[in-house]
Design a protein around this ligand. Structure first.
Ligand code: SF4
Length: 295
Protein backbone atom coordinates (compact mmCIF):
# COMPACT_ATOMS: atom_id res chain seq x y z
CA UNK A 1 0.00 0.00 0.00
CA UNK A 2 2.21 2.75 -1.37
CA UNK A 3 0.48 5.79 0.14
CA UNK A 4 1.09 4.67 3.71
CA UNK A 5 3.69 6.24 5.99
CA UNK A 6 5.11 3.85 8.54
CA UNK A 7 7.11 5.15 11.47
CA UNK A 8 8.83 2.99 14.02
CA UNK A 9 9.38 4.46 17.48
CA UNK A 10 13.02 4.84 18.53
CA UNK A 11 12.37 3.23 21.90
CA UNK A 12 10.64 0.14 20.53
CA UNK A 13 11.80 -3.31 21.59
CA UNK A 14 14.38 -4.56 24.08
CA UNK A 15 15.25 -2.25 26.98
CA UNK A 16 18.75 -2.39 28.46
CA UNK A 17 17.63 -4.65 31.34
CA UNK A 18 16.20 -7.27 28.98
CA UNK A 19 19.11 -6.97 26.55
CA UNK A 20 21.56 -7.48 29.40
CA UNK A 21 19.67 -10.56 30.64
CA UNK A 22 19.42 -12.24 27.22
CA UNK A 23 23.03 -11.48 26.26
CA UNK A 24 24.44 -12.57 29.62
CA UNK A 25 22.49 -15.85 29.56
CA UNK A 26 23.89 -16.65 26.10
CA UNK A 27 27.41 -15.61 27.12
CA UNK A 28 27.26 -17.84 30.19
CA UNK A 29 26.39 -20.85 28.04
CA UNK A 30 29.07 -19.96 25.51
CA UNK A 31 31.73 -19.66 28.22
CA UNK A 32 30.51 -22.72 30.14
CA UNK A 33 29.40 -25.22 27.49
CA UNK A 34 29.81 -28.14 29.88
CA UNK A 35 27.58 -26.67 32.58
CA UNK A 36 23.81 -26.86 32.94
CA UNK A 37 22.32 -23.38 32.68
CA UNK A 38 18.84 -22.74 34.05
CA UNK A 39 16.66 -19.65 34.25
CA UNK A 40 14.08 -19.51 37.01
CA UNK A 41 10.89 -18.40 35.22
CA UNK A 42 10.72 -17.09 31.67
CA UNK A 43 13.61 -14.72 31.06
CA UNK A 44 11.32 -12.49 29.02
CA UNK A 45 7.72 -12.76 27.85
CA UNK A 46 8.51 -13.97 24.39
CA UNK A 47 8.15 -17.55 23.22
CA UNK A 48 10.60 -17.18 20.30
CA UNK A 49 13.36 -15.99 22.63
CA UNK A 50 12.61 -18.73 25.19
CA UNK A 51 12.75 -21.34 22.40
CA UNK A 52 16.01 -19.89 21.08
CA UNK A 53 17.54 -20.09 24.57
CA UNK A 54 16.30 -23.70 24.91
CA UNK A 55 17.94 -24.55 21.58
CA UNK A 56 21.23 -23.22 22.97
CA UNK A 57 20.82 -25.47 26.02
CA UNK A 58 19.57 -22.76 28.41
CA UNK A 59 16.54 -24.25 30.14
CA UNK A 60 13.64 -22.42 31.74
CA UNK A 61 12.54 -23.96 35.04
CA UNK A 62 9.53 -22.95 37.11
CA UNK A 63 10.49 -24.58 40.40
CA UNK A 64 13.78 -25.03 42.19
CA UNK A 65 14.58 -28.74 42.47
CA UNK A 66 15.78 -29.95 45.91
CA UNK A 67 19.19 -30.77 44.38
CA UNK A 68 20.86 -29.48 41.25
CA UNK A 69 24.09 -28.45 39.62
CA UNK A 70 25.22 -25.83 37.17
CA UNK A 71 24.17 -22.20 36.97
CA UNK A 72 20.74 -20.87 37.90
CA UNK A 73 19.86 -17.37 36.67
CA UNK A 74 17.58 -14.90 38.44
CA UNK A 75 15.80 -12.99 35.67
CA UNK A 76 15.42 -9.21 35.38
CA UNK A 77 12.19 -9.14 37.48
CA UNK A 78 14.16 -10.10 40.60
CA UNK A 79 13.18 -12.63 43.27
CA UNK A 80 12.37 -12.86 46.96
CA UNK A 81 15.41 -13.27 49.26
CA UNK A 82 14.38 -16.82 50.27
CA UNK A 83 14.48 -17.86 46.60
CA UNK A 84 18.16 -16.84 46.47
CA UNK A 85 18.79 -19.09 49.49
CA UNK A 86 16.87 -22.01 47.99
CA UNK A 87 18.88 -21.83 44.75
CA UNK A 88 22.20 -21.83 46.63
CA UNK A 89 21.09 -24.54 49.06
CA UNK A 90 20.08 -26.78 46.16
CA UNK A 91 23.70 -26.63 44.97
CA UNK A 92 23.43 -24.18 42.07
CA UNK A 93 25.82 -21.38 41.27
CA UNK A 94 23.59 -18.29 41.29
CA UNK A 95 23.80 -15.54 38.69
CA UNK A 96 21.63 -12.57 39.56
CA UNK A 97 20.39 -10.70 36.48
CA UNK A 98 17.84 -8.59 38.33
CA UNK A 99 17.65 -5.31 36.39
CA UNK A 100 19.53 -2.58 38.30
CA UNK A 101 16.36 -0.44 38.09
CA UNK A 102 14.34 -3.18 39.79
CA UNK A 103 17.05 -3.51 42.47
CA UNK A 104 16.63 0.20 43.16
CA UNK A 105 12.90 -0.26 43.79
CA UNK A 106 13.62 -3.15 46.16
CA UNK A 107 16.15 -1.01 48.03
CA UNK A 108 13.73 1.93 48.31
CA UNK A 109 10.97 -0.36 49.60
CA UNK A 110 13.36 -1.86 52.19
CA UNK A 111 14.46 1.63 53.27
CA UNK A 112 10.85 2.75 53.75
CA UNK A 113 9.97 -0.43 55.66
CA UNK A 114 13.01 -0.04 57.94
CA UNK A 115 12.09 3.58 58.63
CA UNK A 116 8.59 2.66 59.77
CA UNK A 117 6.68 3.92 56.77
CA UNK A 118 3.49 2.16 55.73
CA UNK A 119 4.77 0.94 52.36
CA UNK A 120 2.52 1.14 49.31
CA UNK A 121 3.76 -0.61 46.18
CA UNK A 122 1.86 0.65 43.16
CA UNK A 123 1.61 -2.29 40.80
CA UNK A 124 -0.01 -5.61 39.98
CA UNK A 125 0.06 -7.92 42.99
CA UNK A 126 0.57 -11.08 40.91
CA UNK A 127 3.43 -9.68 38.83
CA UNK A 128 6.78 -11.36 39.64
CA UNK A 129 8.60 -8.03 39.98
CA UNK A 130 6.03 -6.74 42.46
CA UNK A 131 5.99 -10.00 44.42
CA UNK A 132 9.78 -9.77 44.78
CA UNK A 133 9.67 -6.11 45.88
CA UNK A 134 7.03 -6.95 48.49
CA UNK A 135 8.94 -10.00 49.73
CA UNK A 136 12.00 -7.80 50.30
CA UNK A 137 10.03 -5.17 52.23
CA UNK A 138 8.02 -7.79 54.19
CA UNK A 139 11.22 -8.84 55.97
CA UNK A 140 11.35 -5.48 57.74
CA UNK A 141 7.69 -4.58 58.21
CA UNK A 142 4.20 -6.05 58.36
CA UNK A 143 2.82 -2.81 56.92
CA UNK A 144 3.29 -3.35 53.20
CA UNK A 145 0.44 -3.15 50.69
CA UNK A 146 0.25 -3.62 46.92
CA UNK A 147 -2.35 -1.77 44.87
CA UNK A 148 -2.81 -1.22 41.16
CA UNK A 149 -5.64 1.26 41.73
CA UNK A 150 -7.53 3.10 44.47
CA UNK A 151 -10.06 0.28 44.96
CA UNK A 152 -7.27 -2.12 45.82
CA UNK A 153 -5.87 0.31 48.38
CA UNK A 154 -9.19 1.04 50.09
CA UNK A 155 -9.07 -2.03 52.39
CA UNK A 156 -5.90 -0.50 53.93
CA UNK A 157 -7.46 2.93 54.49
CA UNK A 158 -7.89 2.59 58.26
CA UNK A 159 -4.36 1.27 58.73
CA UNK A 160 -2.97 4.12 56.62
CA UNK A 161 -4.94 6.68 58.62
CA UNK A 162 -3.50 5.54 61.95
CA UNK A 163 0.01 5.16 60.59
CA UNK A 164 2.01 8.36 60.74
CA UNK A 165 3.94 7.99 57.49
CA UNK A 166 3.24 6.45 54.07
CA UNK A 167 5.99 5.67 51.59
CA UNK A 168 5.25 4.86 47.96
CA UNK A 169 7.28 2.92 45.38
CA UNK A 170 6.12 1.90 41.91
CA UNK A 171 6.45 -1.18 39.71
CA UNK A 172 8.99 -0.13 37.06
CA UNK A 173 6.58 -0.59 34.15
CA UNK A 174 3.53 1.17 35.59
CA UNK A 175 1.77 4.12 33.98
CA UNK A 176 2.22 7.60 35.42
CA UNK A 177 -1.57 8.28 35.61
CA UNK A 178 -2.06 5.15 37.79
CA UNK A 179 0.62 6.41 40.17
CA UNK A 180 -0.90 9.91 40.26
CA UNK A 181 -4.39 8.57 41.04
CA UNK A 182 -3.16 6.53 43.97
CA UNK A 183 -0.94 9.33 45.31
CA UNK A 184 -3.84 11.80 45.17
CA UNK A 185 -5.94 9.39 47.18
CA UNK A 186 -3.19 8.71 49.74
CA UNK A 187 -2.73 12.46 50.20
CA UNK A 188 -6.34 12.70 51.38
CA UNK A 189 -5.94 10.05 54.11
CA UNK A 190 -2.28 10.13 55.24
CA UNK A 191 -0.45 12.71 57.35
CA UNK A 192 2.97 12.38 55.73
CA UNK A 193 3.65 10.94 52.28
CA UNK A 194 7.02 10.13 50.71
CA UNK A 195 6.90 9.20 47.03
CA UNK A 196 9.61 7.42 45.10
CA UNK A 197 8.62 7.41 41.45
CA UNK A 198 10.47 4.26 40.46
CA UNK A 199 8.97 3.87 36.98
CA UNK A 200 12.14 3.10 35.04
CA UNK A 201 13.57 5.58 32.57
CA UNK A 202 13.25 3.13 29.71
CA UNK A 203 9.50 2.67 30.35
CA UNK A 204 8.93 6.42 30.83
CA UNK A 205 10.74 7.29 27.58
CA UNK A 206 8.95 4.54 25.65
CA UNK A 207 5.52 5.75 26.83
CA UNK A 208 6.31 9.43 26.23
CA UNK A 209 7.67 8.89 22.74
CA UNK A 210 4.82 6.54 21.73
CA UNK A 211 2.27 9.17 22.81
CA UNK A 212 4.02 11.75 20.61
CA UNK A 213 4.01 9.35 17.68
CA UNK A 214 0.32 8.60 18.26
CA UNK A 215 -0.50 12.31 17.78
CA UNK A 216 0.58 12.14 14.15
CA UNK A 217 -0.72 8.63 13.45
CA UNK A 218 -4.20 7.46 12.59
CA UNK A 219 -3.23 3.96 13.69
CA UNK A 220 -0.78 2.78 16.34
CA UNK A 221 0.38 -0.82 16.39
CA UNK A 222 1.85 -2.12 19.64
CA UNK A 223 3.87 -5.29 19.17
CA UNK A 224 4.58 -7.67 22.02
CA UNK A 225 3.30 -10.30 24.39
CA UNK A 226 -0.12 -9.88 26.02
CA UNK A 227 1.55 -11.27 29.19
CA UNK A 228 4.03 -8.38 29.26
CA UNK A 229 3.05 -5.62 31.70
CA UNK A 230 4.91 -2.82 29.92
CA UNK A 231 3.49 -3.80 26.52
CA UNK A 232 -0.14 -3.93 27.68
CA UNK A 233 0.30 -0.60 29.51
CA UNK A 234 1.66 0.94 26.33
CA UNK A 235 -1.41 -0.19 24.40
CA UNK A 236 -3.72 1.12 27.14
CA UNK A 237 -2.08 4.55 27.08
CA UNK A 238 -2.18 4.82 23.29
CA UNK A 239 -5.86 3.83 23.09
CA UNK A 240 -6.65 7.21 24.63
CA UNK A 241 -4.65 9.01 21.90
CA UNK A 242 -5.58 7.29 18.63
CA UNK A 243 -6.84 4.01 17.19
CA UNK A 244 -4.53 1.36 18.61
CA UNK A 245 -4.14 -2.36 18.13
CA UNK A 246 -2.00 -4.70 20.23
CA UNK A 247 -0.63 -7.75 18.44
CA UNK A 248 1.88 -10.35 19.55
CA UNK A 249 3.43 -10.79 16.09
CA UNK A 250 2.85 -10.47 12.33
CA UNK A 251 0.66 -13.57 12.30
CA UNK A 252 -1.96 -11.65 14.31
CA UNK A 253 -1.90 -8.67 11.96
CA UNK A 254 -4.83 -8.80 9.55
CA UNK A 255 -4.93 -6.54 6.48
CA UNK A 256 -8.31 -5.13 7.56
CA UNK A 257 -6.67 -3.61 10.64
CA UNK A 258 -4.42 -1.28 8.67
CA UNK A 259 -5.59 -1.10 5.05
CA UNK A 260 -7.34 2.28 5.50
CA UNK A 261 -4.66 3.90 7.68
CA UNK A 262 -2.36 6.52 6.12
CA UNK A 263 0.03 7.29 8.97
CA UNK A 264 0.91 4.18 10.93
CA UNK A 265 3.01 4.38 14.08
CA UNK A 266 4.65 1.26 15.46
CA UNK A 267 6.04 0.66 18.90
CA UNK A 268 6.88 -2.44 20.90
CA UNK A 269 7.33 -3.60 24.47
CA UNK A 270 10.64 -4.13 26.24
CA UNK A 271 10.52 -7.89 25.62
CA UNK A 272 9.83 -7.76 21.87
CA UNK A 273 12.81 -8.81 19.71
CA UNK A 274 13.68 -6.64 16.71
CA UNK A 275 13.03 -9.50 14.28
CA UNK A 276 9.35 -9.62 15.31
CA UNK A 277 9.01 -5.85 14.86
CA UNK A 278 10.66 -6.10 11.42
CA UNK A 279 8.27 -8.85 10.33
CA UNK A 280 5.28 -6.69 11.26
CA UNK A 281 6.66 -3.74 9.32
CA UNK A 282 7.47 -5.87 6.29
CA UNK A 283 3.96 -7.29 6.26
CA UNK A 284 2.46 -3.80 6.15
CA UNK A 285 4.84 -2.15 3.77
CA UNK A 286 4.90 -4.95 1.25
CA UNK A 287 8.26 -3.85 -0.11
CA UNK A 288 8.17 -0.10 0.61
CA UNK A 289 10.66 1.73 2.80
CA UNK A 290 9.78 2.95 6.26
CA UNK A 291 11.10 5.72 8.47
CA UNK A 292 12.71 4.08 11.51
CA UNK A 293 12.97 7.20 13.61
CA UNK A 294 10.03 8.91 15.20
CA UNK A 295 10.20 12.63 15.90
S1 SF4 B 1 11.61 -2.33 31.74
FE1 SF4 B 1 12.98 -1.04 32.96
S2 SF4 B 1 13.16 -2.08 34.93
FE2 SF4 B 1 12.31 -3.55 33.50
S3 SF4 B 1 14.08 -4.67 32.72
FE3 SF4 B 1 13.70 -2.97 31.31
S4 SF4 B 1 15.03 -1.28 32.04
FE4 SF4 B 1 14.84 -2.80 33.69
Amino acid sequence: MSNQNIKLAKFAGFCYGVKRAVETAKKLKYENPEKNIYILGELIHNTDVINELESLGIKTIYEIPPKGNGICIIRSHGEAPDVFDKIKNAGFELVDLTCPDVKKVQQKAIELAKNDYFVVIVGKSNHPEVMAIKANADIYSSNVAVAANIEELKPFEEKIKVHKKVGVVVQTTQMVPSLNNIVNYINTIAKEVLIHNTICQSTAMRQKEAKELAKESDLMIVVGSKKSANTTHLAEILKDCTKTIHIENDAELETDYYKNAINIGITAGASTPQIIIDKVINKIKGGHNYDNTSS
